[in-house]
Design a protein around this ligand. Structure first.
Ligand SMILES: Cc1ncc(COP(=O)(O)O)c(C=O)c1O
Length: 375
């Protein structure tokens, strides 16, 4: 069976994990957490970077930093992972789902203004597949209406909007280092804050609501309860795993891009024949080959295709079930038909296997079968 995804782990990661164990410093904020922070500063010019236990938790922290509360409204796409909306709802705020652009599967920026009310506090955007949203347009709207912006860049590590790393454009950015992402720590993520003031607040939220981080830096002489918070810092063993991945950042990126480009060249013919639509990458976006997806002509075609690939030993998968059309979405008053582009394109999308260590034979086998089934 060719799996859909497989983390790329080598002796480099193992060496750093052993070093973390030898350090006996296995709680959070040890040597490797600081090395990861420095890496993001040096390589991507991201200053206010905090490793977290997951992207979900980074999103939760953003919602706390926003002071979201009951009655506040937050604009976001319905085509996203549940963590984006849970962060909003855990604070008692109301999610306002917006349809997507069918070419990028990202929030349709042109629909946002009509949904802004006096209660709107923030916009949560998702850079689907590591392909950037139209951030200039979005930031202009946010500025015009005085709204905060959270970038769910779970899939966007190493991707850019016009040369600016995703996650570092809005007020807050959230990364995922889950096993299924480009760079992994098993379970893990990061929160990026635009302002240094928010960074200090985020440090407190991440350390159970205390100023322990400042205490460790010697900035205060004892640490105490300062705000609400929880335990959002990962073990240094996981940070060591991530640091190993970061040492292989370009290698992993280049391998993924090469597979992505290979698929994309070979599947041009599907588009020419009208069998499928390939991913669209806007000019402003430098993607990170997080995902390779195709849009088939109908949901039936898509399901048939996934089953046929499975018979050939290839795992291909659909993706998000639109949130507005879920049992919880219905409880919020949404129903089928509310967001037609999201519904249609989510039902036609299929993701193909893509991971850094895929062999040439595996890539060729997937390509050959995709072309054959869609003939
Ligand atoms: C868009 C998006 N946001 C958030 C998450 C959650 O990430 P994590 O598993 O690190 O909490 C995911 C996970 O796949 C995701 O795709």
């Amino acid at each position: 069976m060719i799996p859909f995804n497989k983390a790329s782990i080598t002796d480099v990661e193992k060496k750093y994990i052993n070093k973390a164990l030898d350090n006996f410093k296995i709680c959070g904020d040890g040597e490797f957490t600081y090395l990861c922070n420095s890496w993001f500063k040096e390589k991507l010019n991201i200053n206010n970077f905090l490793l977290t236990t997951s992207c979900s938790h980074a999103l939760d922290m953003s919602a706390i930093l926003l002071n979201l509360s009951i009655g506040d409204e937050v604009i976001l796409p319905s085509y996203t992972f549940v963590s984006t909306v849970n962060a909003v709802m855990l604070r008692g705020a109301i999610p306002v789902f917006i349809d997507i652009d069918k070419r990028t599967m990202n929030i349709d920026v042109n629909l946002i203004e009509s949904k802004i009310t006096k209660n709107t506090k923030a916009i949560f955007v998702v850079h689907y597949a590591g392909v950037s949203c139209d951030m200039d347009k979005l930031m202009d709207i946010a500025k015009k209406y005085n709204l905060k912006v959270v970038e769910d860049a779970a899939q966007g590590v190493g991707a850019y909007y016009k040369n600016v790393p995703l996650g570092s454009i809005g007020d807050y950015g959230c990364y995922s280092f889950h096993e299924t992402k480009n760079y992994v720590m098993g379970e893990g993520g990061a929160l990026i804050t635009k302002s240094s003031e928010d960074y200090l607040k985020a440090e407190i939220i991440r350390e159970k609501g205390t100023d322990r981080s400042q205490f460790i830096r010697g900035a205060v002489d004892k640490y105490t309860w300062r705000d609400i918070g929880s335990s959002y810092l990962p073990s240094d063993i996981l940070a060591a795993l991530l640091y190993g991945q970061l040492q292989r950042f370009d290698e992993i990126m280049n391998k993924r891009l090469s597979i992505w480009n290979n698929y994309n060249d070979n599947f041009k013919i599907l588009e020419e024949r009208g069998n499928a639509i390939r991913q669209y990458i806007p000019e402003y976006s430098t993607h990170n080959a997080h995902m390779y997806f195709l849009i088939l002509n109908t949901e039936n075609d898509r399901d048939y295709f996934i089953n046929k690939l499975k018979e050939k030993g290839i795992m291909a998968t659909f993706h998000y079930i639109p949130l507005h059309d879920s049992p919880m979405g219905k409880k919020l008053g949404y129903s089928k038909g509310d967001l037609p582009v999201t519904e249609e394109y989510a039902s036609r999308l299929v993701r193909l296997p893509l991971w850094a260590d895929m062999s040439d034979d595996e890539i060729e086998y997937v390509t050959k079968n995709v072309l054959e089934i869609l003939k």
